[in-house]
Design a binder for this molecule. Structure first.
Ligand code: UFG
Length: 348
């Protein structure tokens, strides 16, 4: 029997690439579809250096229906799809909402269009976000899957909510041909231990850890900490930072849950929160990074960033229990992996 084929849309992106590596290690044949809108061919080289195998790659835009049709014609054996391909900048989505609706929704619609016309159906893992919960009420912290969804704070967040709805309606209508799992990520950080793949934001980093590593590398003068007057122990915002390799492994568990005959327990569409279960403040992250790497990170406290939620962290017990998965890499190791990656790409 040949290897089981898994299509990874957005597989040249940050989480997609780490997941492609884990899929390879788990014995799957990986087919990557990506248009490099927020990545580059160098990522594929990184994957190849780690796995020793050049990933099968198609440069396609998932929002373009004809390209998706052609891809599925070429690979009728695709058993499952992990769907990462999407725009992901909160700020950019506020400035250019149509680009977000067009890209993120059309990709999902085109993918499901192809999956649902196939006789064999298939399984889909969707890359969702804890942003669907907004700022949970204190009684909903840590956030379980039972917490109510809230009106999204940005078009980006709304695309995640709408995509989950599109997915669940389509799964329902497929009468058992399609199965799906939506993974709601908290804050993915760090890089592969080889330092061959990692997070590489274009322009000024919007997310905390890339800004920290770039400041440590001397590319940025100083980290701005957005607000120290929140209602948290040290006044800075709290998030659940999850190591990207731990996160990548959860995708394999999700696939196994849907494809293994033995499991058969889950609903056809399920949701899992992926986090560590522990919240860290911005200040704790900065101090933790400095302690783990021994590198200084100059910072100053500035005003709050519009749209930031004060504190959110996961109750990952459903994923721990049902997927048999846990994010347990110690944070000092995570910080060092991010720093090793930054050093490698900057030739430090
Ligand atoms: N922060 C700073 N300085 C920076 C960057 C970030 O102080 O230069 C702070 C933010 O204010 C926030 C924390 O660091 O308190 C984390 O910020 P990130 O931008 O790294 O992460 P967010 O939690 O804002 O956003 C992430 C994902 C989004 C997702 C969102 C859901 O990037 O895709 O979680 O909450 F929508």
């Amino acid at each position: 029997m040949g290897k089981r084929q898994v299509l990874v849309t957005g597989g040249a992106g940050y989480i997609g690439a780490h997941t492609a590596v884990e899929l390879h290690a788990a014995g799957y044949e990986v087919i990557i579809a990506d248009n490099f809108s927020n990545s580059s061919p160098g990522v594929l080289e990184g994957i190849e250096r780690i796995t020793g195998v050049k990933p099968v790659f198609h440069r396609i835009d998932c929002a373009d229906r004809s390209q998706m049709v052609t891809l599925f014609k070429e690979y009728p054996g695709i058993e499952a799809v992990i769907h990462f391909a999407a725009f992901k900048s909160v700020g950019e989505s506020v400035l250019n909402p149509l680009a977000y609706y067009r890209n993120n929704l059309l990709s999902m619609i085109n993918l499901l269009g192809e999956m649902s016309v196939r006789e064999r159906g298939g399984c889909i893992v969707f890359s969702s976000s804890c942003t669907v919960y907004g700022q949970p009420a204190p009684e909903h912290l840590p956030v379980s899957e039972e917490a109510p969804l809230q009106v999204a704070a940005s078009p980006y967040g709304r695309t995640k909510q709408i995509c989950e709805d599109i997915l669940s309606d389509t799964v329902k209508a497929s009468e058992g041909k399609l199965k799906a799992i939506s993974l709601r990520y908290f804050n993915p950080v760090g890089a592969h231990p080889s330092a061959y793949i990692g997070e590489l934001p274009g322009g000024v980093p919007q997310n905390l850890l890339p800004f920290v590593t770039q400041t440590a590398a001397g590319l940025r003068e100083c980290l701005n900490i957005f607000g120290s007057d929140y209602n948290t122990p040290d006044g800075t915002c709290i998030r659940d930072y999850i190591y990207v390799c731990d996160l990548a492994k959860a995708h394999i568990k999700a696939l196994e849950r849907m494809t293994s005959v033995a499991s058969g327990t889950g609903e056809n569409m399920e949701y899992f929160n992926l986090g560590t279960g522990k919240g860290l403040s911005v200040m704790e992250v900065v101090k933790g990074f400095v302690a783990a790497t021994g590198v200084d990170v100059p910072y100053k406290i500035t005003g709050r960033r519009a749209g930031d939620v004060e504190q959110v962290w996961a109750d990952p017990s459903k994923a721990n229990r049902e997927l048999g998965w846990r994010a347990d890499t110690p944070m000092d190791q995570v910080y060092r992996s991010a720093w090793e990656w930054e050093k490698r790409i900057r030739n430090l």
